[in-house]
Design a protein around this ligand. Structure first.
Ligand SMILES: [Zn+2]
Length: 281
């Protein structure tokens, strides 16, 4: 793996700060995606044809506003993380609380680049893993709120994984392609069997596409690890929610976040985990 730091000739601290700032801006955009993409899907992605500029609703328009009072955010109220702190988590016009999701998504997106650079070095692996985590944050947040994994996120994640494999960044292309197909098909079969056993749908098609995308990044040989990590975590959280009275037994738990945690773990420690599970790294 060639280091990219030589190309930039910047001190390492500056590079990390730069990555963090870019991440915070990306996080701010991810908040827009998380809020608006499900609404856009719900509205049939605006294919009415005659929707005027006033009704336009996409990732760019209308400008960000307070969901409670409609107050248009001024530029200084739209600075990632800082605005939340300065406004003390409340709208400047109506004082309605701003969801904690906003600063959490921005902080996580800002932290992803520096943390992954610390793990991988300033390499193609570190930078592409950062992009993976940005996608993961948006997909997990939408799945948690809406039990929905938009194709508009899972399919580009699949393509990026396949493109990365052409440069052998994590795995070779043949391992990635088999991973994508195996991830999708394995999940589809599991969900069929699960639905047959429990009598109600356990996992959605969105989860299958997501596992296909993860398979393109980590390769087929690490898919069993992702499945084990995701099912163990999913069961623990699901049971905890049932016992704490926050969820009914038949109510499904969004599975995407657990698949993504498994995917990130496989990207970071694939070889080590493989040895633990007795699989080849
Ligand atoms: Zn307001």
């Amino acid at each position: 793996m060639t280091s990219l730091s030589g190309l930039l000739h910047l001190p390492e601290t500056l590079q990390l700060i730069g990555l963090g700032l870019i991440g915070a801006l990306i996080g701010s955009f991810l908040n827009v995606v998380i809020h608006r993409l499900p609404i856009m899907i719900d509205r049939g992605s605006g294919e009415d044809g005659d929707a005027g500029e006033d009704d336009r609703y996409d990732l760019a328009l209308p400008a960000s506003a307070c969901p409670s009072c409609g107050h248009r955010l001024r530029p200084w109220e739209n600075v990632p993380l800082l605005s939340y702190l300065v406004l003390l988590g409340r709208c400047s016009a109506c004082a309605a609380p701003i969801g904690w999701r906003y600063p959490v998504v921005e902080a996580a997106s800002a932290a992803a680049g520096p943390l992954l650079t610390w793990h991988f070095g300033l390499t193609a692996q570190g930078l592409t893993a950062t992009v993976f985590v940005w996608f993961a944050i948006a997909i997990a947040a939408i799945d948690l709120r809406h039990m929905l994994i938009p194709d508009l996120l899972s399919l580009p994640l699949l393509w990026l994984g396949l493109l990365a494999s052409t440069q052998n960044i994590f795995v070779t292309s043949s391992v990635a392609i088999i991973g994508a197909v195996a991830g999708y098909l394995a999940f589809l079969m599991l969900s069929r069997v699960g639905a047959r056993l429990t009598g109600h749908p356990v996992m959605g098609a969105g989860d299958a596409k997501l596992l296909g995308a993860i398979g393109a990044w980590i390769g087929w040989s690490h898919l069993p690890q992702v499945a084990v990590i995701a099912s163990v975590l999913g069961s623990i959280v699901g049971l905890a929610l049932v016992f704490s009275g926050n969820r009914h037994r038949s109510q499904p738990v969004p599975f995407g976040p657990f698949l993504l945690i498994g995917g990130v773990a496989a990207l970071l420690w694939g070889g080590t985990l493989g040895a633990m599970f007795g699989l080849r790294g």
